[in-house]
Ligand binder design. Sequence first.
Ligand SMILES: [Ca+2]
Ligand SMILES: [Ca+2]
Ligand SMILES: [Ca+2]
Ligand SMILES: [Ca+2]
Length: 541
Amino acid sequence: MLRNITIFAFIILLSILIPSGTIITNENVNKSRYAKGHFIVKLKNDISQIAAAGLSGNASEISAFKSILAEINITKVKKLFPHNLHNNTELTRKYELDKFYLVYTDSEKDITEICSEYEKSENVDFAEPDFIGESAGKKTYKLSKPNDEFFNRQWGLNNDGSVRTTSGRPGKAGADMNVINGWEIETGSENVIVAIMDSGTKLDHPDLDGRIWVNKNETKNGRDDDGNGFTDDVYGWNFAYENSNVKDDGGHGTNISGTIGASTNNLIGFAGIDQHCKLMICKNLDDENLGEYSWWSASLYYAANNGAKIINMSEGGYDYSKTLNTAIDYAYDAGCLIVASMMNKNNDDKYYPASFKNVLAVGATDTDDRRCMQFTWGGGSNWGKHISVVAPGNRIYGLDYKDSYNYDVYWSGTSQATAYVSGLAALLLSQDPARTNKDLKEVITSTAVDQVGDPREDSPGWDEYYGYGRIDIYAALMFGKTPVEKRVIKEKNNGANYEEETKQEEEIQKTGEEKQAKAVDRNSSDKQKNTEGKKARKVEY
Ligand SMILES: [Ca+2]
Ligand SMILES: [Ca+2]
Ligand SMILES: [Ca+2]
Ligand SMILES: [Ca+2]
């Protein structure tokens, strides 16, 4: 396994669940990670041309793969993109999605070697491991229970300057996304569907009441009523565990859902950026906030086929993959805007899907509009040639996945910044439903505010640290219109003692690091898909 780790580059840890104030800074594991026991094969020809005559169904599929490479025992074969009766059939043909298979084996041989063997066959277009990526945000709890209105904690929406940066610089009034002015123009539409590719969502959270997408052609009856290839997918699909239960078991997804679409002006919780859009829940991270690329690819296909126009991917993996690239291109070609995280290592490592051409890649800023060089838990916003824009991504308060009455939770990372950009894209699409994914990207990038960050990095125009700049929701919604006078709403942030909080955080961070040094793996044998890399990176919490 050690050898595998050196062969493939690996992915950064995006979201670790951190209960009770522990902060973990395990960001620097930089190795390839992929699933054991299965891999992805794209065939050149239709499988029926390869299989032995007289067989059908799974027997035929297994026979085909055995005939390609007899010495590897195949236990199961399944289509990565299940047949969909209604949607985008032309695109499916264009990208040959019907030729992608997940192939399961009990062979002891290393998966990368098996893939190389398969690639020698004239029947195989390519074979690759099912790489594993992670979510791009980390959770922290505020230590004292706030007794104020929770909107005041959302500095990214209305920054009065009272929240200092994690690295100690003072906060900056106005270093926010200018959303209050934006809402004067557009608050969103329930016709816009945003796919949340994440750890699931707390469906019964009162601040998400009415906001979860419902597949109207599907009922819970054990059948695939709408013929889309998924049984009982009423709210979306759980790609990690292959069922219709999209409940959040990691916490990351609920934060992302609320950041985009928490109900606004309902007296409770927080404000979402888009006040009306529907959230389609594609659970493609497991209970450790890790995801295999096959889940990510299949969920892109699902979201594109079932009406999502904005796809939020607050997750990333270190490895390039043809399969994931194909799924991104498919969803893009189907009209979706895919927004993804630059990731959190404070370096220029490339992550996927953020690095793919057809993705809008997002970095994170702190409370003073500068690039996050240190989140509440460490790390920092990555940079590179593929970055499009930045958005607030540190100390982002949000909804909790277990407790509907706990509003003391915040996360930090490019995940949260990504969610803000998806929220803006949803507003722009409801403002003008004729906008294409290309249009949305153009509006978002051309109205982002340049030169608000550290002048050593945020040079005039696009740069690799801030992209085109920090998003401005008002400016984006005013795209092509004549400017009007803006309202200024920056009240003092009441009730929060961030100086004290930050001191406490520093203490906790120290304790967390000490703890991490002694980290043990408590779940080493719980799931087959655990890789060595994953285990090595597990920490105690
Ligand atoms: Ca269905
Ligand atoms: Ca059904
Ligand atoms: Ca609310
Ligand atoms: Ca710049």
